[in-house]
Design a binder for this molecule. Sequence first.
Ligand SMILES: [Fe+2]
Ligand SMILES: [Fe+2]
Length: 471
Amino acid sequence: MSNVDLNSKIPNNVDLAQDKRLLRALEQWQPNYIDWWKEMGPEGFQEKDVWLRTAISVDAEGWAHFDYVKMPDYRWGIFLADPVQDRKIGFGDVMGEDAWQVVPGEHRNTLRRLIVTQGDTEPASVEQQRLLGTSAPSLYDLRNLFQVNVEEGRHLWAMVYLLHSQFGRDGREEAEELLARRSGNPDKPRILGAFNAPIENWLDFFMFTMFTDRDGKYQLLALAESGFDPLARTTRFMLTEEAHHMFVGETGVERVVQRTVELMQQAPEGDVTKLGGVPLSLIQKHLNLWFSLSLDLFGGEISSNAASYFAAGLKGRANEDKYEDHKALGTTYRMAVPKDGAVAEEDVPLRNAMNEVLRDQYVADCQRGVDRWNKHLEKAGMSERLVLPAKQFHRHIGLYAGMPFDPQGRLLTREEWDRRQGEWIPNAQDRAYVQSLQGCVKEPGQIANWLARPARGIKGLPFEYEYVRFD
Ligand SMILES: [Fe+2]
Ligand SMILES: [Fe+2]
């Protein structure tokens, strides 16, 4: 078991006190981080007491502490999953060799890039969500938003620890840059597209935590296999926290669906807008938007970069041990590719298809969530269903980038796409309607009309608990 130090300036289980230079560097970065948090973290809530969990160890039995805390005082720490004795690399050309404890020179730039790209998403999402607190549908949801936000902050710490401890001066410069980019800022945007799209309302937030955080889960699972052991251990522990973020998204959308079904049964002609609900068609449009944006995050379908990451033992598949063949040589992966104005199947060398392999694992996981939402429609005897759009729909990266596919996967003319896209992704009118439903619910036990109550509260507490104190 690793040694946990909770009392020093930076709580950690990596023996920071033993490495004075590293400790000093991180302690210099810390005030810049707090400044960033105060500037770009949740607007209007920095002085409020919030019932939050804080990571205090990596013990499966109990790794978190729950209490009221003001967010700028949150104890952001550095926690790596315990090392596996004599860990070997589990895939690629280097399979069976000892995992690296120090970044190998020949992979230094690539690993730095992978870490920075992952790290950049963490503060980006906090920035995207910074105004949401002012329109929370309940104190329970408000607290969940802040829980997600502080943990994304901790994930930034996790990546910055790797940069500072393994990449010297370059790493320190990258750590500064992570605090300098801004989501949606045209001059210094965040690195990945989906992390520059604004999250304007709570439907967006639930969709983001369902679909975009789930992309994060699959990226982390792939990095958790890495031959670079500090990265593998860091990401393994991040996954523990990430599970809650996806719970917030999956159950959040589920509660919207649940409430919509209730209102459909009461509303004249089933028109829930008469009763202040979110129509199913709007839920579907938001799903289409965030699912397609998140698919882009996996990168190109056929990728020589993905092949070389796998070959070099830098990035594996999610749950690599579930596969029998860890070399992935001499085999192919069947995928859909655009061909002569339609979509055709093609066999691609497996290593070059690794992005698509990960994306397909992700899609199956998303489908499971959608099936769960549809149970509410089924139970109410309704014929409508929510569906994942085709993978070709509304893509900006990869083989389908910019091609006008509809959600059923039919290739349209550019003209038809331009004319009809508002049927499939939220248009200005839709946005205005969803916005009109948003309003801050501050009373414990109360909830906005468009959302169902959760099945239970946090950590054994009731839904009525005062999760955020307003006075
Ligand atoms: Fe994260
Ligand atoms: Fe997350």
